[in-house]
Design a protein around this ligand. Structure first.
Ligand code: FMN
Length: 333
């Protein structure tokens, strides 16, 4: 497809409330090949809703960059796609996988898995309305009794989409339970467009296993990148060296976290940036010892200085002792 090569690609998944500009930049720095906006409601776009438009802000350093849209009305999809195209992203992705009730109830997202005629109409009319590539993200099927991914993959290809991402769960699973990758090799045999696998990839080891067992073109990481943006670097490193990287040191993790916070503040202003950053602490500070109280404090701060001070104290009091493998008393003596 145009200038995006999906072979052996590692993509950051679109995630509502998560994949904003600062987070995408962090993932890009660590090697994400393609990054996407959170999903964008086409009705908000055609009604010129400012909040909806704000979700599409991006910079050239994020390229190749995708804007994901969702909707259940063919005309709105066409009009929204034309609006999106004017912003000049590298691709438009259509969400055919969101499981949330009010999205599905509108006949969009995973709701389209129950109405393939409508899915076909929506994809092909979106494809025809723009010149940039259109891709699709979907699930295995509605539930375990109605898995239709083979049929859907052919439909997506025939409708003119240039790649397909498969979240290897059903709609009824939501984000829970194991992902089932067993359908992917059959899908690969039956279509020519690149196939990207998503679901339950939380480590470099898992990503490599998925590449090896499914014959997919790319993998897409979602929750596995939250507070863990170096996952892209680790997978890339494996391609280059055939070895797995150890996790970053605690000091490096903290530096990355504070770097991310800084970006968040630059982009959103101090108060909003600090508050909206709270959702990332769990990920970044996972497996740190004696962290519960520190995390509880971080969740209350509204100024950046308080956060930097708190982290510095924690680092000086706890981590250095661990790194040096000293007890507090032996450090004093
Ligand atoms: C908080 C959150 C928001 C999400 N928002 C979107 C979205 O806007 N568009 C989309 O296609 N999928 C969205 N998803 C689904 C993810 O892209 C991905 O398909 C799903 O989390 C499975 O991958 P994982 O098991 O690696 O997390 C979201 C998931 C989460 C956890």
């Amino acid at each position: 497809m145009n200038n995006i090569d999906f072979k052996n690609s590692i993509l950051l998944a679109p995630m509502e409330g998560i994949t904003d500009f600062p987070f995408r930049i962090m993932c890009k720095k660590f090697g994400a090949d393609v990054v996407y906006t959170e999903f964008v409601n086409v009705e908000g776009l055609v009604r010129n809703n400012q909040k909806t438009h704000n979700k599409m802000f991006f910079t050239d350093e994020e390229r190749p960059f995708g804007i994901q849209i969702y909707g259940g009305n063919k005309c709105s999809m066409e009009n929204a796609a034309k609006i999106v195209e004017k912003l000049n992203p590298d691709l438009i992705d259509i969400n055919c996988g969101c499981w949330v009730k009010n999205v599905v109830g509108n006949g969009s997202g995973a709701g389209l898995l129950k109405d393939l005629i409508k899915m076909e109409a929506i994809i092909s009319s979106t494809v025809k309305s723009v010149k940039i590539p259109v891709t699709v993200k979907t699930r295995l099927g509605w539930d375990e009794n109605s898995i239709n991914i083979l049929e859907v993959a052919k439909l997506v290809e025939n409708a003119g989409a240039k790649a397909l991402t498969i979240h290897c769960r059903t709609r009824s699973q939501g984000h829970n339970g194991d992902a089932d990758y067993s359908f992917i090799s059959k899908v690969k045999e039956s279509v020519k467009i690149p196939i990207i696998v998503n679901g339950n990839i939380f480590s470099q080891e898992k990503a490599i296993e998925v590449f090896k067992t499914t014959n997919c073109d790319g993998v897409m990481i979602a929750r596995g990148a939250i507070g863990n943006p170096w996952i892209f670097r680790s997978i890339k490193n494996y391609f280059a060296t055939k070895t797995f990287l150890p996790p970053p040191s605690l000091k490096e993790k903290i530096d990355i976290m504070l770097n991310h916070l800084q970006l968040e503040i630059e982009y959103k202003g101090e108060k909003r940036g600090v508050i909206e950053f709270r959702k990332y602490y769990n990920g970044y500070l996972k497996n740190f010892s004696n962290i519960a109280q520190v995390r509880a404090k971080l969740m209350l701060y509204i100024s950046a200085n308080e956060i930097f001070e708190c982290i510095e104290n924690y680092f000086n009091n706890t981590i250095l002792l661990e790194v040096e493998n000293l007890s507090p008393l032996s450090k004093l003596s």
